[in-house]
Design a protein around this ligand. Structure first.
Ligand code: 5GP
Ligand code: MG
Ligand code: MG
Length: 179
């Protein structure tokens, strides 16, 4: 698996230290509150697990899985809910935990959905951001790392469901896509 990586973009140490910073900032933001922290599956599962260990306020967790519709409807930002939340978000301070923001369409739809369900507040933390790829006007409230316009794997992110278990973020060798 490690042999398939052409270049490590962000090391395990850099990721872990950034997550501690984000956790400290979020602990201040949610002081005195009881946020509902939502993991967008599958990509954000490792980030979520590491992040909540660095947040010091009481919180609750929930999980959601979404998938984009086909290319033809993608521009509308419509996503299909594969797994919905277990509990209501009404009146809750919601923190959406995302792995990476690319076009921004998935997240735009998700924020709208949670606002329509009457969340008290909706905030987004993403570990990675590729702003060059954005097709909608959207920015996370908290961002770990800004990446160049390249397809990355590791730390929860997959190529054909593999490489999620790498502890760092890297770029695959070109031959992996062609083989
Ligand atoms: P978008 O922002 O375009 O709606 O979609 C973001 C989702 O596409 C991410 O949550 C992630 O699942 C996937 N994605 C975007 N960029 C990358 C990337 O560079 N590598 C991987 N593995 N997945 C990506
Ligand atoms: Mg995601
Ligand atoms: Mg994927």
């Amino acid at each position: 698996m490690q042999n398939d990586i052409q270049e490590v973009l962000i090391s395990e140490e850099e990721i872990q230290s950034k997550i501690k910073e984000l956790g400290a900032q979020l602990s201040v933001k949610y002081e005195g509150k009881n946020p509902l922290v939502i993991c967008v599956l599958k990509g954000a599962f490792i980030f979520m697990a590491d992040l909540v260990k660095s947040i010091t306020v009481p919180l609750e967790l929930d999980f959601m899985a979404v998938s984009s519709y086909g290319v033809s409807t993608k521009s509308s930002g419509v996503v299909k809910i594969i797994k919905d939340l277990d509990a209501s978000v009404e009146g809750r301070d919601v923190l959406i935990v995302e792995d990476i923001i690319d076009s921004g369409l998935t997240l735009t739809h998700l924020i709208e959905l949670l606002k329509n369900r009457n969340a008290n507040s909706v905030c987004v933390v993403t570990l990675f951001d590729k702003p060059a790829r954005r097709t909608v006007n959207l920015e996370a409230d908290y961002t770990g790392f800004t990446l160049p316009d390249a397809f990355v794997v590791g730390y929860g992110l997959d190529y054909a469901e593999h490489y999620r278990n790498l502890p760092y973020i890297g770029i695959l060798k070109p031959e992996i896509y062609t083989s």
